[in-house]
Design a protein around this ligand. Structure first.
Ligand code: AMP
Length: 209
């Protein structure tokens, strides 16, 4: 199964993507994680994109496209994958189509901006494995420590309020048009994201039947 998950920052797409990965035994591909990995490794590419990512702007289509193509060729993608954070604009959606054709479904998690700003203020992330938590809604077992790998949790630079506002703006301008693009193709599964995590997962899996 090949899926795309779309939602503004903080809509919960990473959380749902991880669950769908387990349910359907497919790879979870987050372009944000692929890019953060480059920044953390301080590769030439990483140094080039660090400032753009800090500001919440978009990395060039060419860079992200290349990283994505390398990733989907890996063996763990043989059974399918869920793309989280890609495509981010219509150009990327068209590029993706030119490479792999249509995906099976595009899940769009819809959440209002005011709810998002509130949620992001409490979000913590593991700098090592990328797992995310929320101080209130989904805390780690030990405060400030990642359940999966034991690293100290941080607030991501791009989860700070000013950056969140910028990312929402970028979402509205660049990414929202792809919702319409996939709706026109008859591939969109729109989900109300203002619900508990388990409920959202079951509505998605029901919609994918
Ligand atoms: P995310 O973890 O998906 O919220 O992505 C974090 C940051 O990585 C974004 O704010 C962008 O700077 C960059 N990024 C992730 N995916 C893409 C993409 N498909 N195109 C351009 N930039 C991206």
């Amino acid at each position: 199964m090949r899926l795309i998950i779309i939602g503004c920052p903080g809509a919960g797409k990473g959380t749902q993507a991880k669950r769908l990965k387990e349910i359907y035994d497919i790879a979870h591909i987050s372009t944000g994680d692929l890019l953060r990995e480059q920044v953390a490794l301080k590769t030439e590419l990483g140094n080039q994109i660090a400032d753009i990512m800090k500001s919440g702007g978009l990395v060039t289509d060419e860079i992200v496209g290349k990283l994505l193509m390398m990733r989907i060729e890996k063996p763990d993608c043989a059974n399918g994958y869920i793309l989280d954070g890609y495509p981010r604009n219509v150009e990327q959606a068209e590029y993706l189509y030119s490479i792999i054709g249509d995906v099976d479904k595009v899940v769009y998690i819809n959440v209002e901006d005011s709810i998002i700003i509130d949620r992001m203020a409490g979000r913590l992330a593991c700098p090592k494995c990328g797992q995310t938590y929320h101080i209130k809604n989904s805390p780690s077992k030990v405060e400030g420590v990642c359940d999966d790998c034991g690293s100290a949790l941080i607030q991501r630079e791009d989860d700070k309020e000013e950056t969140v506002k910028n990312r929402l703006e970028v979402f509205r301008k660049s990414t929202f048009p792809i919702v319409e693009y996939y709706k026109n193709k008859g591939l969109l599964l729109e989900i109300n994201g203002d619900n508990p995590i388990d409920k959202i997962t079951s509505v998605i899996t029901e919609g994918l039947k």
